[in-house]
Design a protein around this ligand. Sequence first.
Ligand code: AP5
Ligand code: MG
Length: 223
Amino acid sequence: MRLLLIGPPGAGKGTQAVRLATHLSIRHISTGDLFREEIARGTELGRNADRHIRAGLLVPDEVTVGVIRERLARPDTEPGFLLDGFPRNPAQAAELDGILARTGSGLDAVLHLEVPDAEVISRIAGRRLCREDPGHIFHVDHDPPEVAGTCAFCGGELYQRDDDREATVRRRLEVYRGETAPVLDHYRGQGLVTTVSALGQVQEVLDRALTAIGRAGSTPRTP
Ligand code: AP5
Ligand code: MG
């Protein structure tokens, strides 16, 4: 299955993506996570991406499309993939259409996670991420680890993202509305978009998402 997850910052894309990908036995590919890996490794690509991410702006398309092209060329994506955070503007969507058309494949569904801005700000303010595995995501109030500051899955150190300050989050929301929301129209034209509410417990949102893509009915494993 080939899926896209689209929604504003803090909608819970990463939280849901890791569960959906495990349930569907497909790769979770997050451009944000790929950029943060490059930043942690101190590569030139990482330094370039970091400047844009800190400002709450999109990393330039030529960089982002290159990263995705290389990632989708790996054989582990052949059974399917779940893209989280790509495409983020109509030009990237057109590039993805081209990449998939060349392999004779296409998308099965685009899941749109919908959430109000006030919830986004509160979710992001309390988010803590694991340094060892970006799929291990917590929230100080909604999903706290047993030991503060320590990942409940692997014992890794938890940290706050540099782009999670409120002013940067508001900029990211503007970018989402201006540049990313039109991507939904692109896929609506292809009849692929299903919108689900991202409010409620993580498991409730997951159940809605699985129903929306016709995979409800069994209990998925959590990470
Ligand atoms: P990216 O990493 O993709 O960030 P984002 O889209 O802003 O989304 P977030 O990761 O902040 O939120 P999320 O929806 O994953 O929420 P999460 O599950 O963590 O991108 C970062 C930057 O990289 C971009 O700004 C851009 O600069 C660059 N970039 C990336 N892709 C790019 C591209 N294609 N082109 C150009 N530039 C690109 O959840 C948030 C919190 O809420 C957590 O604490 C979680 O525990 C909590 N939570 C989750 N679900 C629930 C729930 N149901 N109830 C209560 N709390 C919940
Ligand atoms: Mg994320």
